[in-house]
Ligand binder design. Structure first.
Ligand code: ZN
Ligand code: ZN
Length: 355
């Protein structure tokens, strides 16, 4: 088998060859047919996160051992079963739930595996979908997606699941209330799509890229505001679009400027959910949080239930598809470079090479 792996942080991926893995116990071996390319894969390649206050967290501090292949939006075909594996058969194509934990703690046993303190996530901690094969511990990590395009379905493993989980943290929220979405990359567009499927009508999107703002409007955003330039002006433009302070915001960028803008736009009891890992820090007026009470909520990916919910929305025909650009599986480096330029609209998905 092959894996396109990070060998040294900051350098292009290398194609490494390994013997085909033999699943043991309940393990299942899948041939990767599709793998979405996420901004987190760029962070994984770079190898560090800006934690604010001059602090940096390295991926090796999180238990990653290089070489390691990124890729956590995986769809694969079952090619081998461990002797005790159940629930799937050879040839079945499934979405892989990549947010694997220790499998034993209270969080893992209550479908909050994405919050496990000993994460073992595919393409984040251990080898992921930028390769020909991937192994999962058992069939509970595999989700059926009958009737859906596998390239689109792969994006549900991270972007779909993550936005569904973030949106749930804003609920309950009346469907005609405005929601601020910061960033119209893959996750921003996925959020518009899931919010529309849930019946929400007023998504105000901000982005610095004119191309991405156009994509957001095309995807169903009610307004798109340019977030480049003067902060006061950006806030004023958002408030004008919303007709006043907003009850809810999701920040898919999550850097000092975007968080400061989003918080300024929230009214009393407004909620801001932080999703991006742009990083940094910002000053918060503590008394300001009392006189205009607001909540800041962090979120990381989502549960298997979130993934299943997104698949069900898509199968019901209510979920408008996010634009997907397909690239051959062996062009992972080109895909990461393209994502780095900030010009990708929707999601890039690496696809199996024709036999
Ligand atoms: Zn991701
Ligand atoms: Zn656990």
């Amino acid at each position: 088998m092959k894996r396109w792996s990070v060998v040294r942080n900051g350098e292009p991926l290398q194609c490494l060859e390994y013997p085909d893995p033999k699943p043991s116990g309940t393990e299942i071996l899948l041939e990767v047919t599709h793998c979405g390319v996420c901004h987190s894969d760029l962070h994984f390649q770079k190898g560090s996160f800006d934690m604010g206050g001059g602090q940096v967290m390295k991926i090796t501090d999180r238990g990653v051992k290089l070489p390691c292949a990124p890729g956590h939006e995986i769809v694969g075909r079952v090619v081998a079963l461990g002797p005790d594996a159940e629930g799937v058969k050879i040839g079945d194509q499934r979405i892989v739930y990549p947010w694997i934990g220790c499998g034993k703690c209270e969080l893992c046993l209550s479908d909050r595996e994405n919050l496990c303190y000993k994460p073992n996530s595919l393409g984040v901690i251990r080898d992921g979908g930028f390769g020909t094969h991937v192994v999962v511990p058992n069939s509970t990590y595999l989700v059926e997606f009958g009737g859906l395009d596998p390239a689109l379905a792969s994006t549900f493993a991270c972007s779909g699941t993550t936005v569904h989980s973030a949106i749930q943290k804003l609920m309950p929220l009346e469907r005609d209330k405005p929601i601020l979405l910061v960033g119209a990359g893959g996750l921003g567009l996925a959020a518009i799509s899931v919010l529309r499927a849930l019946g929400h009508k007023r998504m105000i999107v901000v982005d610095i890229s004119a191309e991405k703002r156009t994509a957001a409007l095309k995807a169903g955003a009610s307004d798109a505001v340019d977030s480049s330039g003067d902060r006061e002006k950006v806030v004023a433009n958002i408030l004008e679009s919303a007709g006043g302070l907003l009850p809810a915001a999701i920040d898919f960028v999550n850097i000092s400027q975007t968080v400061s803008i989003a918080l300024e736009c929230l009214g009393k009891n407004g909620k801001l959910v932080l999703v991006g890992v742009g990083g940094g820090d910002f000053n918060l007026s503590l008394a300001g949080m009392i006189f205009r009470p607001r909540s800041i909520i962090g979120t990381i990916t989502g549960s298997r239930e979130d993934l299943r919910a997104v698949v069900a929305l898509a199968q019901s025909g209510k979920l408008p598809p996010v634009p997907v650009t397909r690239m051959p599986k062996d062009s992972a480096n080109e895909a990461l470079e393209l994502l780095k330029t900030g010009k990708v609209v929707g999601r890039l998905v690496l696809e199996e090479l024709p036999a």
